[in-house]
Write a protein that binds this ligand. Structure first.
Ligand code: HEM
Length: 335
C-alpha cells in the first residue's frame, strides 16, 4: 500500500516523561506561524505523517495496544484499560480553544507543566504508563498520535463504534506549547458551565451530550478526583447504559466526600453533578432521551464527535485520509 502522505518529517523520539523529553528539545518539530507566513492564521498545526508509514503500520500499533488491553481485563474491578485510554485521549485533546486554535492533541504536551499537574489530569498518567512500552517499540510515533490512537482502541475494543482517525501529530519536546491549566472541566459544574466548556472547544449541545456518554466506561476514584464509583454495570462495555441510567431516579449520596449522586434503585452507581446537568437542562435532556432510546444514533453521533475531538485544531493534507481500524475480534474472524 502506498504511503499515507508524501510529506516527510523527522519525528522526534517520543519519550515517556517530561524530564526525558526536555533532554530532546533540540529535535522539536514546530509548525508555528512564522513557518507559514504572517496572515496564514494563528497557532496553525499541520499534520505530517512520518515518511513511508502506511495504514498497516498504524493497524499494527493499534493491534499492540489492543493486545495489551486484552492482557489486563481484570484491571480496576474488571473495568480493564478501556476507560483509562478513552479518558487520556479526551484530556489530551480537551485543552483546545477554538478562539485562538491553541491546545488540543497535536503537540502531546500532557507530560509538561502546567498540564501535567492540573488537578483535572490526575490519574491520566496511568494510561500513559500503560502505553509506554508501545511508545518504546514505535519510536517513530508521536505522543499525540499514540494517545489518540489508544483512545480509538479503547472505544472499539469494548464493542464501541468505529472511530475514524488520522495520523501526523508532532511532538513539542520543550513544553512551550503546553496549554494553560484550567482547560479541563470539573465534575461540580452545572449545565451552563458544561455548555461553556464544550463551546470553547467548538462543540454544540448535541455533541456535548454524545461525548459525555463515554462515562459508561470506567469509574471515579476517591484518590484521583475525590468522587467514587462506576456509572453503571457496563464499565467495560461500550453501550448507551449511561443515558438509560440517567433517565432513572437519583438522590444525593450521603457521605463525607464530594457532592455526587447515587441511584435510587441499587445505591451502587454514581453520577457527577456535571452528568446530572444533562438531565436538568432541557436542551441537553432532549439528547439524553434520544440516546437512551436509540443506541445506533448515539454510536453515530459519538463516533463523529470523538473523532472531531481528537483532531481539534489540526490541518490534515488532502492525501491524509481518515483511517478505520479493524478490531482484534474482526481480524480473528477473517482468518
Ligand atoms: C463535563 C465534562 C466531564 C467531566 C466534568 C468529567 C469528569 C470526570 C471525572 C471526575 C472522572 C473520574 C476520574 C477518576 O476519579 O478517576 C472521569 C472519568 C472518566 N471520564 Fe470524564 N468528564 C467529562 C467528560 C468526559 C468525556 C467527554 C469523556 C470521553 C469522551 C470522558 C471519559 C471519561 C472516562 C472513560 C472516565 C473513566 C476513567 C477511569 O475509569 O479511570 N469524560 N471524568
Amino acid at each position: 500500500m502506498s504511503s499515507i502522505a508524501s510529506s516527510a518529517v523527522n519525528t522526534p523520539n517520543p519519550t515517556a516523561n517530561s524530564s526525558e523529553a526536555k533532554r530532546h528539545n533540540s529535535t522539536t518539530a514546530t509548525t508555528d506561524n512564522a513557518a507559514f507566513g504572517a496572515g496564514a492564521g494563528i497557532n496553525i498545526k499541520r499534520a505530517k505523517v512520518p515518511e513511508g508509514k502506511t495504514f498497516e503500520d498504524y493497524q499494527r500499533v493499534y493491534n499492540e495496544i489492543a493486545t495489551k488491553i486484552s492482557q489486563h481485563l481484570d484491571y480496576d474491578h474488571g473495568d480493564g484499560y478501556f476507560g483509562q485510554l478513552v479518558r487520556n485521549a479526551w484530556h489530551a485533546s480537551a485543552t483546545y480553544a477554538v478562539a485562538d486554535n491553541s491546545g488540543g492533541s497535536y503537540y502531546g504536551t500532557m507530560i509538561f507543566e502546567p498540564e501535567e499537574f492540573d488537578f483535572q489530569n490526575k490519574g491520566t498518567a496511568i494510561a500513559r504508563s500503560f502505553l509506554s512500552s508501545i511508545q518504546v517499540q514505535n519510536p517513530w510515533l508521536s505522543r499525540g498520535d499514540l494517545w489518540t490512537l489508544a483512545g480509538v482502541a479503547g472505544v472499539q475494543e469494548c464493542n464501541g463504534p468505529k472511530i475514524k482517525w488520522r495520523p501526523g501529530r508532532l511532538d513539542d519536546n520543550t513544553g512551550t506549547k503546553a496549554a494553560p491549566a484550567g482547560r479541563i472541566p470539573d465534575g461540580e459544574g452545572d449545565a451552563r458551565y458544561v455548555r461553556d466548556f464544550f463551546a470553547r472547544m467548538g462543540f454544540n449541545d448535541r455533541e456535548t451530550v454524545a461525548l459525555i456518554g463515554a462515562h459508561v466506561l470506567g469509574r471515579c476514584h476517591t484518590h484521583i478526583s475525590g468522587y467514587d464509583g462506576p456509572w453503571g454495570d457496563d464499565s467495560n462495555n461500550f453501550t448507551n447504559d449511561f443515558f438509560e441510567r440517567l433517565m432513572g431516579n437519583w438522590h444525593l449520596k450521603n457521605w463525607e466526600g464530594r457532592k455526587q449522586y447515587e441511584d435510587d434503585e441499587t445505591n451502587l452507581y454514581m453520577m457527577l453533578p456535571s452528568d446530572m446537568a444533562l438531565k436538568e437542562d432541557s436542551n441537553f435532556f432532549k439528547y439524553v432521551q434520544e440516546y437512551a432510546k436509540d443506541v445506533d444514533l448515539w454510536f453515530k453521533d459519538f463516533a463523529a464527535a470523538y473523532s472531531k475531538l481528537l483532531e481539534r485544531g489540526i490541518e490534515f493534507p488532502e492525501d491524509n485520509k481518515p483511517l478505520e481500524f479493524k478490531t482484534l475480534h474482526e481480524q480473528a474472524e477473517s482468518t
